[in-house]
Write a protein that binds this ligand. Sequence first.
Ligand SMILES: Cc1cc2nc3c(=O)[nH]c(=O)nc-3n(C[C@H](O)[C@H](O)[C@H](O)COP(=O)(O)OP(=O)(O)OC[C@H]3O[C@@H](n4cnc5c(N)ncnc54)[C@H](O)[C@@H]3O)c2cc1C
Length: 462
Amino acid sequence: MCILVWFRLDLRLRDNPALAAAFRASKAASSTVIPIFCWSPDEEVPWSPGAASRWWFHYSLEGLSQSLSQKGSRLIIRQGKTLSVLQALIRETKATGVYWNRRYEPVVIKRDKHIKEVLRKEGIDVQSFNSHLLFEPWMIQTQAKKPFQVFTPFWKTCLSSQEPESPLSAPSTFPPVSSTIASQSIDSLHLLPTIPWDTQLKEMWAPGEVGALKQADLFLEEALEPYATDRDFPSVKGTSRLSPHLHFGEISPRFLWETLQKLLATRSRKRSIQGVERYLTELGWREFAYHLLYHFPHTTEEPLRPHFKQFPWVQNKKQLKAWQKGLTGYPLVDAGMRELWAVGWMHNRVRMITASFLVKDLLISWQEGAKWFWDTLVDADLASNTLGWQWVSGCGADAAPYFRIFNPSLQAERFDANANYSRCWIPELSTPAYPSPIVNHGEVRIRALTALQTISKKGDIQ
Ligand SMILES: Cc1cc2nc3c(=O)[nH]c(=O)nc-3n(C[C@H](O)[C@H](O)[C@H](O)COP(=O)(O)OP(=O)(O)OC[C@H]3O[C@@H](n4cnc5c(N)ncnc54)[C@H](O)[C@@H]3O)c2cc1C
């Protein structure tokens, strides 16, 4: 008799509610716990993990597998149709239960509901838990019992609702997993690239729970205090860089929440309090992104503000390529796009500037940009990516109005004044090898505003 714990985007042992519940239930019934992972990217189409995410998965699974081995267990890895894989494992292990932590992407919700129904009909104890969020999307509502579409009241409501529960500790030891239960190797999933483009990713990141905790310690120690001001300057290591760790569930938001609340209670210096509060607000944006994804699942493909469906986007493969490769002739845009290509991550301010350049200077649709980010970001996250792109395009919830158009050169003067960041990613900057601007910002700004006029008459946008 045993309980299967199905790991998904919760690749950690600490504060893992499904794992903790399985341990409780297995103790009560004198059964055992078997950790499993199933690779089934086809079930997440059109948002199956991109190349950078697959890279991260490989190493994160290695980390999880190692941690489990150190505690006497073994991660069972299988590939295939998830329901069939689970049914096979239930037969092989005589499992009586399957526990997992919830995910919120529309196709995944649909799949998981189906799996739950089928397994429950087969007499299996199926339970799901919240490991990924501070507040479940359905717990937070407006007074009219509707989902929020504006961040500030959303976050105020979160802050005044019931505190998230305290994080759970990791089990100290695990029961052994019988050697008769076969597992595929991580290598057999072919998650790593065949052409080695990942050298700089390896230098920058340490995927897995151990790496996540180290990164959190480093941030709390060195960058949290000045976070409120430093977070806007891409040449400074002023942000936590925890986004991929949070996406893959290697660190829990409840752990960060509790740590920050303790700091708030003990710190008296204004700067330090501002840093903590600002960081909590950013975690709030992450919550808001999931709230929107859950309540408006169509927004992964379509604008939340329906009038934007008529926006006259332009198709221009040459300019799209120039943007993707960081060859637009606008240094801050190019530096950001090259950083993304090299290390699978980009600073938040630069994400806003590069995204704005695509949708406003080039008039290329936000969906094209979202797809490129999806494939190249190690933190590619359907909720945050959709929110980010719709926010920049002015077509989402609480979005920056489309008519507010970033001037990439002025942004560079403000946030990269001595061009340290741009020079770091564009070695040929200030040499004839660097391209001239592919568009004239002043001219394309007017083109963008004219394009906006064609839809604003229909009443949605002021
Ligand atoms: C066009 C665009 C696309 C984006 N795509 C993604 C994405 O795919 N995945 C992703 O995690 N973030 C995305 N973001 C949000 C943000 O840029 C990143 O979360 C942030 O840069 C990650 O760096 P950090 O961990 O150092 O952030 P920190 O400043 O340290 O913030 C702490 C945490 O708060 C969360 N957070 C911060 N800002 C936001 C935000 N605006 N929206 C949602 N959550 C936020 C992240 O989980 C982050 O790790 C996108 C933003 C834009 C403008």
